[in-house]
Design a protein around this ligand. Structure first.
Ligand code: NAD
Length: 315
């Protein structure tokens, strides 16, 4: 039965039209995402400047290429998940980049978290070359990438989003079409700013209650059954030992790194500044997580902010 189900999935996910995939960026997220595409029947050729990343990907069925041009040559679809605005712009619009070398009629999907202006710059150039392009950033972290449970939030033409669905479904559990090009990034940055703010708020309120003498478990039970309940209190409690699966219960390792939270908050702040949308809480959160990073805890999960607040003397 399991073999039959797998067979059906293979057929459903790898349509004859879009079978050959180029994958750029085989890091913490991309390594698992490319592996899931290969597992579900797509032919995947990957590129990453890191030799270690290419070697690890080869073990999951991803063929390595030594340049972007070679990776995207003849591909039906290009998927990328890269570190920054500059890397994405160079990878797509550079002389040896994706748009110059991907074939006419191919679909380009960028899942990096970047400024919404980045996909807006790539889109018209890709369209001019007869390629489709969507921004499709993800939520769900490395675990979500590994287990193919990511949520994709996409921006771009509806027909390109629809065409991307077999691939997005092979790599994740939820797919949202948020609107025009760049809309996926707007949704992603709004989500992560809110996650940063609620994380910080949970840390400071739990710290205050515990310092006033409340039993941490009692306080958490009250919050989770009252009006302050949130993802941060239920799933991601910053106080160690209360939620066994939260990063705080494993020394703040293996979660969403503080340095990535800073990156996303800075992108969100830049976006808000561009339209003069007031973000008083977002601005405070950005500063606080920056302080965590400057004290040397950038690699820890962002809920580590609780430990900094805890160190502050009460009187
Ligand atoms: P990572 O640093 O582990 O991986 C990025 C990979 O891109 C690296 O292997 C790097 O060598 C490679 N790379 C750099 N330049 C390249 C190029 N020109 N062509 C091809 N590959 C290139 O980062 P990550 O954690 O996988 O994150 C990637 C993106 O996903 C970022 O935009 C991040 O904000 C976003 N994101 C990360 C998470 C998370 O939990 N890690 C969650 C959601 C979104």
């Amino acid at each position: 039965m399991a073999a039959r189900t797998q067979c059906l999935f293979r057929r459903a996910y790898s349509s004859a039209a879009d079978k050959h995939v180029a994958f750029l960026g085989l890091g913490n997220m991309g390594g698992y995402m490319a592996a899931n595409l290969a597992k579900k029947g797509f032919t995947v050729r990957g590129y990453d400047p890191s030799k270690d990343a290419l070697t690890a990907a080869a073990k999951t069925g991803v063929t390595g290429a030594d340049s972007i041009a070679k990776a995207v040559d003849g591909a039906d679809v290009v998927v990328s998940i890269l570190p920054s605005n500059k890397v994405v712009l160079d990878a797509y619009l550079g002389k040896d980049g994706v748009v110059a070398h991907a074939k006419k009629g191919s679909l380009l999907i960028d899942s990096s978290t970047v400024d919404p202006n980045v996909p807006k710059q790539v889109f018209p150039v890709a369209i001019e070359k007869g390629q489709g392009f969507i921004d499709a950033p993800v939520s769900g972290g490395v675990m979500g990438a590994q287990n193919a449970t990511l949520a994709f939030m996409a921006g771009g033409r509806k027909e390109d989003f629809d065409r991307s669905l077999p691939l997005l479904k092979a790599m994740g559990a939820k797919q949202f079409h948020c609107g025009e090009i760049g809309a996926g990034q707007v949704a992603k940055l709004a989500n992560n700013m809110l996650m940063g703010i609620t994380g910080m708020a949970t840390a400071e309120c739990m710290n205050m209650g515990i310092k006033m003498g409340l039993d941490p478990q009692v306080l958490l039970d009250v919050l989770n059954n009252s009006s302050a309940r949130s993802w941060s209190t239920e799933v991601y409690c910053p106080v160690p030992g209360l939620v066994p699966t939260a990063p705080s219960s494993r020394n703040y390792d293996g979660g969403f790194k503080n340095e990535l939270m800073v990156k996303d908050l800075e992108l969100a702040s830049g976006m808000a500044l561009g339209i003069r949308s007031p973000i008083p809480l977002g601005a405070v959160a950005t500063q606080l997580y920056r302080i965590v990073q400057s004290r040397g805890y950038g690699q820890k999960d962002f809920s580590f902010v609780y430990q900094l607040l805890k160190e502050e003397k009460t009187n």
